[in-house]
Design a protein around this ligand. Structure first.
Ligand SMILES: NC(=O)c1ccc[n+]([C@@H]2O[C@H](COP(=O)([O-])OP(=O)(O)OC[C@H]3O[C@@H](n4cnc5c(N)ncnc54)[C@H](OP(=O)(O)O)[C@@H]3O)[C@@H](O)[C@H]2O)c1
Length: 267
């Protein structure tokens, strides 16, 4: 049996990774699906169970360390170990720094808790079990974890933090048999923009449109699952994302202009 823990498995990329892992492993899969929305988790679990996978849904808010620890402990208690941990749960915020009043700066703290700390807490709790299984750690970061983007200071900070944490951890684990794969998606066709917070820290319902250039969620999940299976160090999505890495080294100010243009074109 292969035990796979996925955070943010109720929707979007995490839900699709769960379905694709279930397809890949079939009856040999144990999928532990974590997020806050239990009804949505149940839907994903029944889709995975339909191809024979064993599932456990756990209501978890990754912004609370105790719940991250509980997620890992319950998994190990039920299934004896962990083979793959996919740190995917995430939330975005869009606001220019000068629009955020000082008493609302805890928005930055919240985004960090969900995106960065949630990943750190789950990974820390799971590490002894992943060392025992010589397993795989996956971090769903973002191109916003490689390049600064206007209006996304909170989101980029959290994703850059993930990049630093998981790059560093990879070096610590180099001879351990545990691999660390960091995924850097670009724009993906999910509901993330619907859940995005504004300068007041409230859900910004004006942001419902998905870019017509967004990657289908199936393709994004497929690239992440493939990189996980191949124990790749990273998967940078989109041609612009790949080119951007090189341009940043050669002509960093050009990257700033590209970043501004890429956001301007989004609805
Ligand atoms: N969509 C994109 O364009 C894009 C691009 C680059 C990177 N990403 C990254 O991909 C990951 C998945 O995003 P997505 O596009 O699939 O967004 P999504 O459709 O909004 O899904 C986000 C998932 O995270 C979960 N989540 C949010 N806050 C949580 C919390 N406090 N505790 C536990 N789970 C929480 C949500 O579940 P509940 O609400 O049920 O808790 C949901 O399952 C995120 O890390 C995101 O930053 C997305």
């Amino acid at each position: 049996m292969t035990t796979i823990v996925i955070t943010g498995a109720s929707d979007g990329i995490g839900a699709e990774i769960a379905r694709q892992m279930a397809d890949r492993y079939g009856v040999k899969a144990v999928l532990v699906l974590a997020a806050r929305d239990v009804a949505k988790l149940q839907t994903v679990a029944s889709q995975c169970a339909a191809v024979g996978a064993r599932t456990l849904i756990l209501p978890v808010d990754v912004s609370e360390q105790s719940q991250c620890i509980q997620l890992i402990e319950t998994t190990v208690k039920n299934f004896g170990g962990i083979d793959i941990l996919i740190n995917n749960a995430g939330i975005s915020a869009q606001a220019f720094l000068q629009e955020v009043e000082s008493q609302k700066l805890n928005l930055y703290d919240y985004i960090m808790r969900v995106n960065h700390w949630g990943s750190v807490w789950c990974t820390h709790a799971a590490l002894p079990h992943l060392l025992a299984s010589q397993g795989r750690i996956v971090a769903v970061a973002s191109l916003a974890g490689l390049v600064g983007l206007p209006g996304l200071t909170a989101y980029c900070s959290s994703k850059f933090a993930m990049t630093g944490f998981f790059e560093s951890l990879r070096t610590e684990l180099i001879d351990s048999g545990v691999c660390v794969t960091i995924a850097y998606p670009g724009f993906v066709d999910t509901q993330m923009r619907v859940h995005r917070l504004n300068a007041q820290g409230e859900v910004d319902s004006s942001n419902r449109h998905i870019s017509k250039n967004a990657m289908p969620v199936e393709e994004c999940a497929r690239l992440i699952v493939q990189a996980t299976m191949r124990r790749k160090r990273q998967v940078v999505m989109t041609t612009k994302g790949k080119l951007g890495q090189w341009i940043k080294l050669i002509a960093p100010s050009w990257i700033d202009r590209m970043a501004i243009a890429s956001i301007k074109h989004k609805p």
